[in-house]
Design a protein around this ligand. Structure first.
Ligand code: ZN
Length: 217
């Protein structure tokens, strides 16, 4: 399974299917791809309705035929535009094209619906993408219940967890591998991933990617 960070919270998970999460590429100064370069994708997950997360999702779905998976309110909007979409809500699981998407809580706001995180289950692996969130005890439950093989956690602070709280999140999740995201995009979300790695220490392997880089899980 190949995990690629496309910058900000945008992630591509390529296994037996390709899942794109929060594809904010247009207007993202750190984007590792232009939306038109994304041509093969099966599922696009939107964690919440903020511009830097839904990004180019609708456009890519329309062009590639990918199915949007998102909170009910965003899915309804997509369907109204003729885009294939599966609506769901926190606590639920949808299985689509052989991939399970579990929607989990996130502590954050959203224009429409509510903010979420997701656990993507594919090829016997579980990947947790926290979306935008503050530190929450729910992460203990996410760790205990889903036992994610790898977690994408925001560390950029101000709008999400910063390094101290994301470090605590690693402890709560008991995740063995973590890839920091949602930093370095704009002056308001800055963090040093090496500092995060030092803070996490022996608790987990911190995999630092540059936008466009991949990690094989
Ligand atoms: Zn947000």
């Amino acid at each position: 399974m190949e995990l690629t960070w496309l910058g900000h919270a945008a992630v591509k998970i390529k296994g037996s299917k390709t899942v794109l999460i929060d594809p904010f590429l247009t207007g993202n100064p750190m984007a590792a791809a232009r939306p038109e370069e994304i041509d093969r994708v099966d599922i696009i997950v939107i964690t919440h309705d903020h511009g830097d997360h839904r990004g180019d999702a609708f456009e890519i779905a329309r062009r590639t035929g990918a199915t949007i998976v998102a909170i009910h309110e965003i899915a309804v909007e997509a369907q109204a535009q003729g885009i294939a979409a599966e609506g769901m809500n926190i606590g639920g699981t949808v299985e689509i094209k052989g991939v399970k998407i579990h929607m989990v809580p996130a502590l954050h706001s959203a224009e429409k619906g509510t903010a979420t995180g997701v656990v993507v289950e594919m090829d016997n692996r579980r990947i947790y993408h926290a979306g935008d969130t503050g530190l929450t005890y729910d992460m203990k439950l996410i760790g205990e219940f889903f036992e994610p093989d790898l977690s994408f956690l925001p560390i950029g602070d101000r709008y999400t967890m910063g390094i101290p709280s994301a470090t605590k999140a690693v402890e709560f999740l008991r995740t063995k591998k973590v890839i920091p995201i949602h930093y370095g995009t704009f002056p308001l979300v800055t963090a040093d991933p090496e500092e995060f790695r030092r803070c996490v220490g022996h608790m987990a392997e911190v995999i630092i990617l540059r936008p466009g880089e991949s990690y094989n899980l």
